[in-house]
Ligand binder design. Structure first.
Ligand SMILES: [Zn+2]
Length: 469
């Protein structure tokens, strides 16, 4: 077998040199010269697989292969459902000054892709090694719901924990009178919350709130408490569990309430932050749900002027506390709002994308293997109504182009069609179950094209996040 050296990956370590090579199918291997560096599973003299054990062995010798907390630096999470996108992500982040979160996956995505936190971590790490990326990078366990979720990501070396307390958020009748709201709080654990109801109400009404443009009355406070009180207690529990695991070491902690049925009001944002602070929670980013629609895979849908006015108030709350970034979830392709967020938040923003690299992989497939892509598109189109259930999407089957009517040359353009794009986006799990193996093999073989395609796509995403632009 002939192997080609991947030059960027090669480094000298004590005792020899090590780097990555690839075969004619695009499969990657480690090649060690002078020493075996504790690698195992030797395939031929000096050639080793990209195994979990070898990932751990390299991490113990090469410091930049371990992710780090990123604090308040402007950052972006890439997500990579296929485990092959990091080299392209590295190309896009190089020279931008934006801190990358190369490993990022939610529990839900891990279930759908049958991957473990350790696999997600190792796949990102191999990309970091291959590309010789030596700057800090993060690893985000996304939408964690239980202490067990958090633990499994911690054990795999994740440094960024996104807690989603959505299951503890309560819907509230916005027109309920005070007596009814108070009654609904009867079973609320004020002791755990560390305050009495009257004391809490008093703390918000005794003086005007310290953020210009943000105010509240007793009903607003009772409503916010009923909506988010239990969620905040859950966040506190998750924070305590994750802090205990770290024994004083730093980590990034994000709180996301972006998957509620209503936008987070500015007062609710203030209330959540203020109460979390009072309870001793320290967080590096917060993801409110903003007005308008943040649908998967497409630009912001809504009135941009109204968004800007509302975001300005959210940013004022953020600046009042001054200790966290605003995190933009479902953040891919929201080109029309990036600048607004970056400017108003003084660069303290985190962009979170998850499925967009998968869509770029499909774009590559449409270019190099139209036959398989056509099958996947046909399948996704038929599957859409089933798989869309847990997603914010509004594409309609009737508006998705009929694959029978399209020539091969027209297929890549489906990735730019609103309806086709959302269908392809939400069906990733089902598609990977059926076509994953073949799809991955094609991507490996065309990795240069995939890297360049990802870079081009992320260049557009990152442009507004580059400082001073
Ligand atoms: Zn989210």
């Amino acid at each position: 077998m002939n192997y080609t050296k991947i030059e960027k990956s090669w480094i000298s370590l004590d005792g020899g040199t090590i780097g990555m090579v690839l075969d004619t199918e695009g499969n990657r291997f480690l090649r060690a010269e002078g020493d075996t560096f504790g690698l195992t599973g030797e395939i031929e003299p000096g050639l080793f697989p990209l195994s979990a054990g070898n990932a751990a062995a390299l991490r113990s010798k090469i410091p930049w292969l371990t992710p780090q907390p990123l604090g308040l630096k402007t950052s972006a999470g890439t997500g990579d459902r296929l485990g092959l996108a990091t080299p392209g992500h590295v190309l896009a982040f190089e020279g931008t000054g934006i801190s990358p979160v190369f490993a990022q996956q939610s529990v839900r995505e891990n279930v759908r892709t049958h991957r473990t936190p350790q696999q997600v971590m190792d796949d990102a790490m191999w990309g970091v090694f291959e590309m010789g990326w030596k700057e800090p990078w993060g690893a985000d366990g996304d939408h964690l719901k239980t202490p067990e979720d958090a633990k499994s990501f911690f054990e795999a070396g994740f440094t960024f924990f996104t807690v989603d307390p959505g299951e503890h958020v309560r819907k509230v009748d916005e027109n309920a009178p005070e007596a009814q709201l108070k009654d609904a709080l009867k079973d609320f654990d004020f002791e755990q919350f560390g305050t009495k109801l009257e004391t809490l109400l008093e703390s918000y009404t005794a003086a005007p709130l310290p953020v210009e443009g943000v105010s509240c009355n007793r009903l607003d406070i009772l409503t916010a408490l009923q909506k988010y009180g239990k969620a905040i207690l859950h966040v506190k529990k998750m924070f305590t569990v994750i802090s205990d695991l770290h024994h004083g070491r730093e980590f990034d902690f994000e709180v996301s309430v972006d998957e509620t049925d209503w936008p987070t009001s500015v007062f609710e944002h203030y209330f959540i932050a203020n109460e979390m602070k009072r309870l001793g929670i320290r967080w590096t980013s917060l993801a409110p749900r903003f007005i308008g629609r943040f649908e998967k895979g497409v630009d912001y849908i809504g009135d941009l002027k109204a968004f800007e006015a509302s975001y300005k108030l959210h940013a004022a709350v953020q600046k009042h506390f001054g200790t966290y970034k605003i995190s933009l979830h479902s953040g891919s392709d929201k080109f029309s709002i990036y600048k607004i967020c970056v400017v108003l938040s003084d660069d303290k923003v985190h962009l979170k994308t998850a499925g967009t690299s998968y869509l770029e992989a499909l774009r590559v497939l449409a270019m190099v293997n139209p036959g398989l892509f056509r099958e996947i598109y046909t399948f996704s189109r038929n599957r859409y109504d089933t798989d869309k259930v847990s997603y914010h999407v509004s594409a309609e089957f009737a508006k998705m182009p009929d694959p029978e009517q399209l020539s091969d040359a027209q297929l890549p353009a489906l990735l730019d069609n609103f309806h086709a794009r959302q269908a392809l986006h939400v069906c990733f799990g089902s598609v990977l179950d059926l076509y994953g193996k073949e799809f991955l093999a094609i991507l490996k073989k065309n990795s240069d094209l995939y890297d360049q395609t990802i870079k081009k796509h992320f260049d557009r995403h990152l442009a507004d996040f580059i400082a001073g632009k």
